[in-house]
Design a protein around this ligand. Structure first.
Ligand code: SAM
Length: 277
């Protein structure tokens, strides 16, 4: 396994100056056969990208990740080196994720959380994933034996979600819904359906707490994600959750607080695991 610390040596051998080496990226992610990098201030991007391809022999394309925008979390990327094929299959903890990195997001820093969702769930549990994406959390949970309803409103992400259900052989445990999770929830609530566990893997999840409360079974668990300014840890997310529970006449039994990753300077991606009566 090549390490990030191998890059400076490689760049030095390729005649990079100490200042250029200093400006080169110190971390990146290998997703399937695509290397995803934020080049930042790095000047000789193409040459650095070629060195990365030499370091990761199995990889085929280097992408600069310029940003992720909007409610549908659409990425902006630029091909810097390699074949330019941005579609790949990434395997993580035995789960296969087919995706096109130029069209849908993949957060390398959420790796532990993706695996954790497959561990906390019990076989036979009824799960609702309100922001399923390509199946980041739904797939490991369905693979663990849960019965998952996965809702996603971005058609491109949904297309990969469907493909991934087949790829992981969980089509019988994954119910796929293309659309807004609020619409799905209102129909399900009307029909009296309930879920033992609800996953809300979206930074604006707090705006969707009311619908979530409407279909969470008594004693069920809610996983609410948030990007929280460090000064507001943990009051803001906890208050948002408690306020929504109160409005729904529900009692919060327990809240576990977890840091997922650093979101940006001074902001942490967190998740609350809340058990609600
Ligand atoms: N937590 C994931 C990970 O590990 O990388 C990222 C999930 S992504 C941030 C959130 C997804 O929710 C996006 O694919 C977006 O299209 C979808 N989404 C946003 N609002 C939605 C809504 N109202 N109903 C259904 N899906 C929605």
């Amino acid at each position: 396994e090549p390490r990030a610390s191998d890059l400076p040596t490689l760049l030095e051998a390729r005649g990079f100056s100490p200042a250029e080496i200093e400006a080169a990226p110190s971390s990146w992610a290998v997703i399937g056969d695509v290397i995803l990098v934020q080049f930042g201030e790095c000047g000789r991007r193409e040459a650095v990208a070629e060195a990365l391809l030499e370091l990761h022999r199995g990889a085929d394309t280097v992408l600069h990740r310029a940003g992720i925008a909007g409610e549908k979390r659409e990425p902006t990327v630029e091909v810097v080196a390699g074949s330019g094929d941005t579609e790949t299959v990434h395997t993580e903890h035995g789960t296969k994720y087919a995706l096109d990195l130029a069209r849908v997001m993949f957060a390398p820093g959420n790796k532990t959380e993706r695996a954790r969702m497959g561990e906390v769930v019990e076989a036979g549990e009824r799960v609702l994933d309100m922001f399923a994406g390509i199946g980041y959390f739904s797939l490991p949970m369905a693979r663990a034996g849960a019965q998952v309803t996965a809702v996603e409103k971005n058609p491109t992400a949904f297309q990969y979600l469907s493909e991934n259900a087949r790829l992981n052989d969980v089509t019988d445990r994954l119910e796929l819904m293309l659309g807004d999770c609020r619409d799905v929830v209102s129909v399900r609530a009307e029909a009296g359906e309930q879920y033992d566990r609800i996953v809300m893997g979206y930074y604006d999840a707090f705006e969707y707490l009311d619908p979530a409360m409407a279909v969470l079974a008594p004693g069920g668990t809610l996983h609410m994600h948030e990007a929280t300014p460090d000064a507001l840890l943990w009051d803001r997310p906890v208050e948002r959750l408690e306020t929504a529970a109160e409005a729904a006449n529900r009692t919060v039994l327990e809240i576990d607080r977890r840091r997922v990753k650093t979101h940006s300077e001074g902001v942490t991606h967190i998740v609350l695991d809340a058990t609600i009566e």
